[in-house]
Design a protein around this ligand. Sequence first.
Ligand SMILES: Cc1cc2nc3c(=O)[nH]c(=O)nc-3n(C[C@H](O)[C@H](O)[C@H](O)COP(=O)(O)OP(=O)(O)OC[C@H]3O[C@@H](n4cnc5c(N)ncnc54)[C@H](O)[C@@H]3O)c2cc1C
Length: 333
Amino acid sequence: MAEPYRIVENARLDARNTFGVAARAPLLVEVADTAALPELFGYAMLRDGPVLVLGGGSNLLFAGDPEGTVLALGGQRIGFVEDDPDLAIVRADAGVEWHTLVLWTLGHGLAGLENLALIPGTVGAAPIQNIGAYGAEVRECIHRVEAFERATGELQRLDREACAFAYRDSVFKREPDRFVVTAVEFALSRTPALDGSDLKLDYAGLREELAAMQIDTPRASQVAEAVCRIRRRKLPDPALLGNAGSATFPVLSPQDVGATRKLSAAWLIDACGWKGYREGDAGVADTHALVLVNHGTATGAQLLDLARRIAESVAQRFGVSLEPEPRVIGAAW
Ligand SMILES: Cc1cc2nc3c(=O)[nH]c(=O)nc-3n(C[C@H](O)[C@H](O)[C@H](O)COP(=O)(O)OP(=O)(O)OC[C@H]3O[C@@H](n4cnc5c(N)ncnc54)[C@H](O)[C@@H]3O)c2cc1C
C-alpha cells in the first residue's frame, strides 16, 4: 500500500476476527503510515464519531456491527532503538503480528518474550489487556508505549507506570477512546544467565514439557518452543475453529489473580457441564471450558447469548460473577 491510508466503505470484517463471525464496518480506514493520524482525526467522522481500533480481532466479539469508523494499523517495522551488551530496546509497529515479534527477538538472541509465544494478535493490542501467559505478562518487558492521543492530536510516549498495567488491564483498556497505540518499545535481556535461572519455568506443565523435549538447561528460544507445543495441544487454532481464547474470567477478590483466576473460571464452567456443549454452530471447546467456539456459521449474537447463559449458570450455582475477556462490540454484556 503506497498511500498513507486507504478507506473502504461497508467493509466485511468476517476475516478480521478470529471468531470468524459476520460483521461489517460502515467505514474501514487502513492506515499504512501513522503519520497520517493527525490528518485523519481532523475529519469529523473520526474526531467526533465512534472509532474502533482493530488489530487481529482475536479479543473481540462482534455481536453486531461496529458503529462509525474501524481503524486498522498496518505498520510492519521492527528494529533496535538501543543495543547494549546486556539490554536491548526493540521497537515494533502496532501492526506487526505478535508472534512474528516474539520470533524476531529470539532470533536476535534476546530473552523476555518467550513465555508469550503464539498469543494471537498484534503488537499494538499487547499492552491493551497486558497480555499474559505461562507465568509472564507483557508489562514486565514493556519499556514505553507510543500512542496517538485523540483529544490532543499528539503522539505520547508512555512509560510503564503511565500505562497503569494490572492483570489483563491497562489505561488503554480502561479508557478505550483515548489512545491509538502506534508502536511499542520492549526492554529485553541480551545476556540471560547461562544456567537459565532468569527464565520463568514455574507455570504448570512447562518444566514437564521441557523434560519431554529432553532439555535440562533451556535457552529462551527453547522455552518458547515448549510453550508453543503446549498451546497447540490445548487451544483450538482460530484458523480451524473460530474462537477468541478465554471467553470469560470471574470477578474475584484482587488477591486471586493470574493462573488461579483462570483455572477457577474453567473449573466453574466445567462443573456446570458446559465443556464440549454445542448448540447449532455456537459452542464451548471440548478441550477447554473457557473457550467459546464457532463451529461454522454461528453469529456473534448467538455466541454472546451462550456466554451469558454460561455466566448465569455459574452465578446461580456458585455465586461467582463472570465477565467477558473479549471486548463485546455492538451489544452490551
Ligand atoms: C486462541 C487464542 C488464544 C489466546 N491466548 C491468550 C493468552 O494466552 N493471553 C492473553 O493475554 N490473550 C490471549 N488471547 C487474546 C488475544 O490474543 C490478545 O488479547 C491479543 O492481544 C489481541 O490482539 P488483537 O490484535 O487481535 O486485538 P483485537 O482483538 O483486534 O483488539 C482487542 C482490543 O484492543 C484494542 N486495540 C487493538 N489494537 C489497538 C491499538 N493499536 N491501539 C489501541 N487499541 C487497540 C481494540 O480496540 C480492542 O479493544 C488469545 C486469543 C485467541 C484467539
